[in-house]
Write a protein that binds this ligand. Sequence first.
Ligand code: GTP
Ligand code: MG
Length: 195
Amino acid sequence: MKFVDVKFLLSVHTLSQLPEADFPEIAFAGRSNVGKSSLMNTLMGRKGMVKVSGRPGKTQGLNFFQIGEEAYFVDLPGYGFARVSRGMQESWQKLITGYLETRSSLRCVVLIMDIRHGAKKQDTQLLSWLQQNNIKCLPVYTKADKLSGNQRQQHAAALDAGHTISSERRIIFSAKNGMGKDELVTALASFSKLG
Ligand SMILES: Nc1nc2c(ncn2[C@@H]2O[C@H](COP(=O)(O)OP(=O)(O)OP(=O)(O)O)[C@@H](O)[C@H]2O)c(=O)[nH]1
Ligand SMILES: [Mg+2]
């Protein structure tokens, strides 16, 4: 997978705005402020391609990025942000689940979790929902730079156990120092070639 020609395509707020399913698609999901946009910037090798903010709930709508003629990457709005109204949370959820359920070109959901935190209910729910819907999921534990080597392994093991994820299936990552980037690119390349 090459990231030479990367561009922002569009922001989708209703399912009718979805672009043609022309390329294999990879979606990036996770709790608000977990580091989805930062991870995508690191992957695409473009610091400012996806907007990153200290304020949770920054990413709204489904943001589509085109990776050459190879794939679409989709930045999903973060879930679990208490400061937006319940009605807003519900409409986000509708949009996201509607997208995930119907998108024929979707190859994989990268589920991003903060390596410092324990298993969170919303992540557990999304994991099992994806499984039920036969959608492939790649778990990534991010912000690994914030822990020492020992702590990193301990926290990763706790997350594995909390979500019943096998350690070969997930990737430890840092947007800050690029840890896990090559591994992630390799995994995504194999997903986007499927079918
Ligand atoms: N140290 C460290 N900080 C990170 C890492 N990834 C993200 N951050 C920081 O975490 C904050 C949130 O990052 P974003 O990438 O905007 O998170 P997001 O999940 O896209 O957030 P929403 O769009 O609001 O859901 C920012 O202050 C980032 O600089 C990482 O790997 N290491
Ligand atoms: Mg974001």
